[in-house]
Design a protein. Sequence first.
Length: 406
Amino acid sequence: MDPLLSGNVDLMTVVVVLLKVLVAFAGLLVAVMGMVWFERKALADMENRFGPNRAGPFGILQTLADGMKLSFKEDLLPEKADRFVFRLAPLLAVIPAFLTFAIVPLAGNFSNGNDGVVEILGHKTFMQVADPQMGILWMLAMSSIAVYGIVLAGWSSGSKYPLLGSVRASAQMVSYEAALGLSIATVLLIGGMLSTNQIVAGQYGLRWNLWMTGIVPFFIFIIAGTAELNRPPFDLVEAEQELVGGFHTEYSSMRFAMFFLAEFMNAVTMSAIIVTLFLGGPSGPTFGITGWISDYVLPFIYFFLKVLLFLYMFAFFRGTLPRFRYDQLMDLGWKFLIPLALGWFLLLATVRVAADQGWNLPLTVVVCLAVLAAGAGLLRAAIRNSEHAEAMAAGSVAKDASEVDV
């Protein structure tokens, strides 16, 4: 728990909390502006273009210019829209992104058993807005709420294409939330703690959960997280070839800008969560340096560079991967990611029990892998039989239809 709130809460405590909220919110908005510019520049470089180069040095103020342009556009309200829900939906998309970012440690000295405590205005605290006891479960709760913004936006627009986009969003969220949760469960199994601050503290000295969990949950989390963000190649909720613009087709002006803001804010937040869970967050070597450099500067540099790596990864996905078909999206989630995440979690749990009980560890791992391989084979056989039955049924229907035409 944050030491700032462990004692009596006075006026200065409230001031420190408000200061952390203000800095985190302003920093996240600046990060979103930077992410939009960075992604456009990265994609331009991949496609042999210049990208933004007019507004400000290197075009870095282009995002600000776009926001100002949207603010002056007419705010449309469809005739058949549910007015209250239509106005509420953009807020439900933006707010969960910031509330998720609030639990991410941004700095702090985690070396030599330290727990990242820093001093702000004479009060000891963590370099994160909040460190709730539920920890990373807060992120799962917020990601579940965020989909309501998309679903309600499509439903309240009174149009069929936004509605189809919102239905896709709900199905996609359900399909990938399970795999996302199981990959997080492996981190909790290894670390034995929910607090994001303690998760980071437990990874100091390159004891990253990336390899402590066996790498597989890391890749599962990246794929499921990308699908949760509705980013390419999983952006079927706004597939312009099929749904015009998707769930936000009827939105304009600042309400459309809020959905745009939420998309990139979620990308920054998800990158920060990946870094926190698997790459040690802001922890790193201090080279014997003490004071404010080891408490603020070096940890934030480590955190920034790690997050930047995943932001480039999201831009790389957009520039290189084609969009999935909807059946491929569902198959990847239900037939591959969820069984793999569940099987890997059971493998790690068995290894932990074997270590506690003094079993033969190599033999236990071999037996577990054999059982998982057998389960994978049975699952594959069941999928093939199901696909064969569907193909036979489709062929029978087509044959009957041709006979009727004759």
